[in-house]
Ligand binder design. Sequence first.
Ligand SMILES: [Zn+2]
Length: 292
Amino acid sequence: MHDAHIHLAMEPLKSNLAKIIDTFLEKGGKYILTQSTDLEDIDTSLEIGEPYPNIVGVALGLHPTFFEENTIEKGNSNNVYEESKKLLNKFVSILETNLPRITAIGETGLDYYQIGLQKDLSPKLKGEIKDIQKESFRRHVQIAVENNLPLSIHARDINGSNECVEDVIRIVAEEGKCLARGCFHSYTGDIKYLQPILDLGFCVGFNAIITYKSGEDVRVILKKTPLDRIIFETDGPFLPPQSIRKNKKIKNKFAQPGDIKEIIEVAAEVKNISPEELEKEADKNYERVFLK
Ligand SMILES: [Zn+2]
């Protein structure tokens, strides 16, 4: 079993790394793909992978919400596009020097959910944020294709809208030129976009959301996703599985790579096959997409 999307540079994962990796290996785990999200966690992500060259792969990317977090949310609403562009250029040059050390590009994509929550944001600022997110995502896809690297893609719409996933699919189609490969991580959007995602040749990443009572829509997506396109991930430290969420004795609740076991068990029920068979299929998918 493999964990295709986690943030090992985040706490409490970072401080408990050796223990977390031991637990994962004890449960039969093999590969972990850790994802960066901003300019600060690049070095930590690369360093985390070093002692575990045969277990931990590193993906570098700028999470789409990075731009609003580093402009508007820091009180700077002037020249949001230009300021963000400088940050993007800085990221691209760091990424390009580190290409030999990474196995994937991510996390990247578009997120219209977080800006959608900010009701007092002017249409002009929203437009600037969307523009820089799209530009950043285009750059990530281009670099992935140029260097034959897989992508880990985030796409999150504001409830009731499909603008974000439509933009993501269009950008992958335009920039990917049929060569882009990777995974739509934690896809929680409208099921009608599952087929277009599969048509791009991408896999879909499922995490502990499928273990939650509220995860019915995602379980339906999982049911409809062919076995040769399913990949598992924890998105740790976020999204602890249901057994941890409901355990009142555990104070610090977080997801770790060993939780893939529980995710696969629940997914196997949804797919109506044995966990062993599902694990084997998902492993093959991960290895085809994410191993060099
Ligand atoms: Zn993530």
